[in-house]
Ligand binder design. Structure first.
Ligand SMILES: Cc1cc2nc3c(=O)[nH]c(=O)nc-3n(C[C@H](O)[C@H](O)[C@H](O)COP(=O)(O)OP(=O)(O)OC[C@H]3O[C@@H](n4cnc5c(N)ncnc54)[C@H](O)[C@@H]3O)c2cc1C
Length: 663
């Protein structure tokens, strides 16, 4: 095989673009249901819509077989509370989440997930994903139900989070989509939504896209459309050479679904909620270092002298055994688990954890750095389920961590795994591999389309699915389940919906906008410079602390970037064109976050939201959602109660609303 250096040395030039370039070619594709984004939510939406009789088309920037945050796998599945061993009901779980979030989450989404999460997982099992210990490898373990062979994480008493062998989950979904005849358009980046008459706020009738290999332009016409484009991993930081492997967010996530929905006039909520950028990729490869979070929950940690760090329940009782770390305390109904899009937990639902004053105890010399994970101190089955089953199936860890470490000789039966050496404060959060938090880096955390009990957005014909485009969305299993529900509802809507008619003027305007970067002078900036500039504006003007002035400055800077650098940005091939268009979407998402931050004139613990000019925390008059949208390109904000989903036109009961809408 010729290396890059050898090739350039020999030929004296860089290789030609390997695909035919056809910017002028336009393709028109018609479907009942169009899915934007082929992550787990989009793929499951496609399967569900097709099973409900719809002609389905799915578009994906990458390749849907492995794309998205869940493309490399999953080791635990949240929200399947109707599994036969669970002691938690859909109502218990939904209320726990809503109480923890102080109402700033999505009760509709949670209840749907709880009602259908287990059925969705069973569907994955039918498609070839192992969800039970069929080989009896963990027979007799505390976390295994001996009858069903299901295995559980976090809370061994209440059994609502399942451990699964999900390394092949995306290929299984992909195969099923193919079997069902879904039209899959890989390498096609969606750039805009099409609306009836080209009007903002009107019914959505399709979308436009660009093929990032050939540059061909696509006009997708659809009766119903589902936004399943994930989050915006490149909004607050951009350094792909460093962070691509380490980030918890997909680098393809550039908030396109949010941006095109906003431009089309859909309503969004909670865009002001950003979270600490702990997992933005500036630490270490996910799960590569000692920690006790998530996959590694319960792992014993020792200091450099072999002294073990104590574990406590949320009420301050020391937990002496490994098993106790996986059991709720007597004061708790159940423990929720992390990674479900919740940024604040009440004591009655939070997980057991390492001693919470660890930073102080490191600073005063009681525990000496470095720290190490000592899996040898766990019972054998606990050890093997973590470093083996879970690390072997978790996203991004099967090859780089499990395989590589094992080949290099790491043996959890006798070796220790080191934690990163960081400033003492960084040990406050047990997810040590995230590295030392960088205070000005944030990430989107919960903002998205306002949806109804059909998971329909405020625009007719447009639905949302997945962890990010829906407000208050969460994790892997939840994304599948939301996709499955939205796919079904979109297919049902499409059965009686009018034929989609696209507005040619809207298409031509979008084509002109999308093609501008290929017609620019080569002196223009490149997409990476533009992305970095956007991230810097977000860090500086919309970080953890902000005020009216910083937000207005930030909006002005984004506008200037749009009117100057973005107008001259140059794309030398279809790939760069796709990335450039994503950057234009990122700018829009940045504006959405700043506009939402301006609208909330208070600070909030639950939203991790700090306005220096409005320091009062959670004053009662601000306990509400602030849906925002564009009308004639002007931002309109209204107020909505936090429990709007249980108020007219809906009923006051979760179960009744679900019953009225789910079919
Ligand atoms: C390392 C890692 C480990 C994780 N482990 C777990 C776990 O064990 N349990 C758990 O519950 N959760 C876990 N998660 C989170 C979980 O994977 C995500 O919540 C889930 O995969 C989100 O799925 P999604 O389909 O909503 O979004 P995404 O996975 O982000 O998919 C969105 C898709 O849309 C595509 N796309 C974006 N823009 C466009 C566009 N303009 N045009 C076309 N396509 C576009 C993207 O390429 C992507 O494929 C983990 C995440 C990571 C990164």
């Amino acid at each position: 095989m010729t290396t890059w250096n050898e090739y350039v040395e020999k030929s004296g030039t860089v290789p030609e673009w390997p695909y035919p370039i056809r910017y002028d070619k336009e393709n028109e594709i018609t479907s009942d249901v169009l899915i934007l984004g082929g992550g787990v939510a989009g793929c499951h939406a496609a399967i569900s819509a097709a099973r409900n009789g719809a002609k389905v088309v799915l578009t994906e920037t990458g390749h849907a077989k492995r794309s998205g945050s869940g493309g490399a796998g999953v080791d635990h599945w949240h929200g399947a509370v109707t599994n036969p061993c669970s002691k938690v009901t859909p109502l218990d779980y939904t209320q726990a989440v809503m109480e923890c979030a102080h109402g700033y989450s999505n009760g509709i989404y949670r209840y749907i997930i709880c009602k259908e999460g287990w059925d969705t997982l069973l569907e994955c099992e039918e498609m070839g994903v192992q969800i039970r210990d069929v080989k009896d490898e963990f027979k007799g373990a505390d976390f295994r139900d001996q009858e069903t062979k299901l295995m559980f994480a976090y809370d061994y008493k209440n059994k609502h989070v399942l451990r699964v062998w999900g390394y092949n989950i995306k290929p299984c979904l992909y195969k099923e989509m193919k079997r069902l005849g879904v039209g899959i358009y890989n390498r096609v980046t969606i750039t805009s939504l099409l609306t009836e008459g080209g009007r903002q706020g009107a019914r959505v009738v399709g979308a436009t896209g660009i093929n990032s290999r050939t540059g061909e332009f696509y006009v997708f016409k659809s009766k119903a459309t589902i936004a399943a484009t994930g989050g915006a991993g490149r909004l607050f930081s951009f350094a792909p050479e460093m962070t691509a492997a380490g980030s918890m967010g997909s680098m393809n996530g550039s908030g396109v679904g949010h941006a095109i929905g906003w431009n089309a006039g859909a309503e969004f909520v909670l865009m002001e909620q950003t979270g600490p950028g702990r997992l933005t990729g500036f630490g270490y490869t996910p799960y590569s270092m000692a920690n006790t979070s998530n996959t590694y929950h319960g792992t014993p940690i020792v200091d450099a002298n072999g002294k073990e760090l104590p574990w406590f329940d949320p009420y301050g009782k020391e937990l002496k055994t490994v098993l106790e770390r996986f059991l709720p305390s007597p004061e708790q109904k159940f423990q929720l688990g992390i990674g479900i899009g919740l940024y604040y937990y009440l004591k009655q639902y939070v997980l057991n954890d390492l001693t919470r004053d660890l930073p102080d105890r490191i600073r005063n010399g009681e525990f000496a750095l470095p720290l190490y994970a000592d899996l040898t101190r766990m019972p054998e089955l606990e050890r093997r389920v973590i470093f083996g089953m879970m690390v072997g199936n978790e996203g991004k860890t099967r090859i780089p961590i499990y395989d590589q470490y094992t080949k290099a000789g790491f043996d959890p039966d006798k070796d220790l795994l080191q934690a990163p050496v960081m400033i003492p404060e960084a040990y406050q959060n047990s997810n040590f591999w995230g590295g030392t938090p960088i205070p000005h880096l944030r990430s989107l955390a919960g903002g998205g389309f306002l949806v109804d009990w059909d998971l329909r957005t405020s625009l007719e014909g447009l639905y949302a699915a997945g962890g990010a485009p829906i407000f208050g969305g969460g994790c892997h299993g939840e994304s599948h389940t939301a996709g499955r529900y939205a796919g079904r509802k979109a297919a049902i809507y499409a059965r009686t919906a009018a034929e989609p008619v696209v507005d040619r003027k809207q298409v031509d305007a979008e084509k002109g906008r999308a093609h501008r970067p290929i017609k620019q002078s080569k002196n223009g900036v490149g997409w990476k410079e533009l992305n970095y500039a956007i991230a810097r504006v977000m860090q500086d003007y919309c970080g953890r602390y902000k005020n009216e002035r910083t937000l207005h400055h930030g909006l002005r800077l984004l506008k200037e970037l749009k009117e100057n650098e973005a107008m001259t940005v140059y794309a030398s091939n279809p790939h760069e064109l796709g990335r450039t268009l994503e950057c234009l979407s990122l700018m829009t998402v940045g504006e959405m976050v700043m506009q939402a931050s301006l609208a909330r004139k208070c600070s909030s613990l639950y939203l991790d939201f700090y306005r220096l000019d409005h320091p009062q925390m959670d004053p009662p008059e601000w306990e509400k959602l602030l849906p925002a949208r564009l009308e004639n390109d002007k931002v309109k904000v209204r107020e909505l109660s936090l429990d709007f989903h249980l108020k007219p036109p809906y009923t006051s009961s979760y179960e009744e609303n679900y019953g009225l809408h789910a079919k």
